[in-house]
Write a protein of this length. Structure first.
Ligand code: PAF
Length: 273
C-alpha cells in the first residue's frame, strides 16, 4: 500500500452505515490524529442474532456517501459479503471473550460479539489501520474489540470516543431512524434513567437509586427494559456494593421501544479515552 511506504498513519472508522453525527465525530477524531482516514460501511449479517433486525437495519448508502464527501473522508470501503466471508457466512473467529460475551449484550444477543470480532478481523486485515475509532455508546463492544485486538492486532490502538447525544439527551444511533415521533419521546427514558442515577448518586445507595430508575419503565406498553445495571467499567464484572464507591463504574441500559432495541451507557465518574 502506497500510504504505508510513505509512513503515513491510517485511522479507521468501521460502521454499518446509516451515518449520523456520532459516526462523523469519530471521523473527525481520526482526521485530527491521522494522515489518512478510512470509513467502512458493511452491514455485517453475522452479528445480528435477530434476522428481522438485520432486514430492517437502515441502508442509506447514497446519503452516507454524500456525508462522507462533505467531511472530506479520504477512503470509503464498502466490501461485499463475498469479500468479507469468502468461506461463507458460517465462518466465525471463535475468539475467547470470557465474561464479555456472557453478560448484558453478550447474554441477550447470543453470538453477536463473535460476529463483530469476525468482521473486524477481516476489516483490520484488509485496512491495516494504526488507530481505530469507536463510539463509547457501544461500551461492551469497545471492551470486546480492545480484548481481541490486543491479542491479534497488538499494533492497532483502539480509541473510544464519547457518546454523541441529541439536545434532549437521546444517544445518537442509526436505529433512531426507525423510531416514530412518539417512540422517540419514549426512548428518552433510557438516557433519563442513566442521568437520574448519575445525578442522585452521591445521596443514596446505588441499588436503591437503580431500582427507582427502573420504575420509569413500568406501566408503559411500548417500552420493555432488558437491563439497567452498574458494572465495573474495565471488566463489566458486577460491582460489590460493600466496596462502594469506586471510580470505575459504568451504567448500562438496554430496552425495546416499539420493538426497536436501543442501548445507552454513562460513566458514573470520569470520561474514559
Ligand atoms: O458498531 C458497529 O457499527 C458494528 O458493530 C461494527 C463495529 C461496524 C462491526 O460490524
Amino acid at each position: 500500500m502506497q500510504v504505508r511506504s510513505q509512513n503515513k498513519t491510517v485511522g479507521f472508522v468501521p460502521t454499518m452505515g446509516a451515518l449520523h453525527e456520532g459516526h462523523l465525530s469519530l471521523l473527525e477524531r481520526s482526521q485530527e490524529k491521522c494522515d489518512i482516514s478510512i470509513v467502512s460501511i458493511f452491514v455485517n449479517p453475522t452479528q445480528f442474532n435477530d434476522p428481522n433486525d438485520f432486514l430492517k437495519y437502515p441502508k442509506l448508502l447514497e446519503q452516507d456517501i454524500e456525508l462522507l464527501e462533505n467531511k472530506k473522508c479520504d477512503v470509503l470501503f464498502c466490501p461485499s459479503v463475498e469479500e468479507m466471508y469468502p468461506n461463507g457466512l458460517e465462518e466465525r473467529l471463535n475468539f475467547p471473550l470470557g465474561l464479555l460475551e456472557e453478560v448484558l449484550e453478550g447474554e441477550k444477543r447470543k453470538g453477536h460479539y463473535q460476529g463483530v470480532v469476525t468482521i473486524l478481523d477481516a476489516l483490520f486485515k484488509a485496512i491495516q489501520p494504526d488507530f481505530v475509532f469507536m463510539g463509547q455508546k457501544d461500551f461492551q463492544q469497545v471492551l470486546v474489540v480492545k480484548t481481541f485486538s490486543k491479542e491479534l492486532f497488538p499494533n492497532i490502538q483502539i480509541i473510544s470516543c464519547p457518546t454523541e447525544r441529541d439536545s434532549d439527551g437521546l444517544a445518537k444511533s442509526s436505529r433512531n431512524l426507525r423510531l416514530s415521533a412518539e417512540a422517540r419521546q419514549t426512548a428518552l427514558r433510557l438516557s433519563q434513567a442513566l442521568f437520574y442515577i448519575k445525578n442522585k448518586f452521591d445521596q443514596q445507595n446505588p441499588s436503591k437509586i437503580i431500582e427507582e430508575a427502573k420504575k420509569m419503565f413500568l406501566e408503559h406498553p411500548n417500552v420493555q427494559l432488558e437491563y439497567l445495571e452498574m458494572r465495573d467499567s474495565n471488566t463489566l464484572e458486577a460491582l460489590s456494593y460493600e466496596t462502594w464507591p469506586k471510580n470505575n463504574a459504568v451504567l448500562l441500559i438496554a430496552a425495546f421501544v416499539d420493538s426497536i432495541r436501543l442501548i445507552d451507557v454513562l460513566l458514573l465518574f470520569e470520561e474514559l479515552d
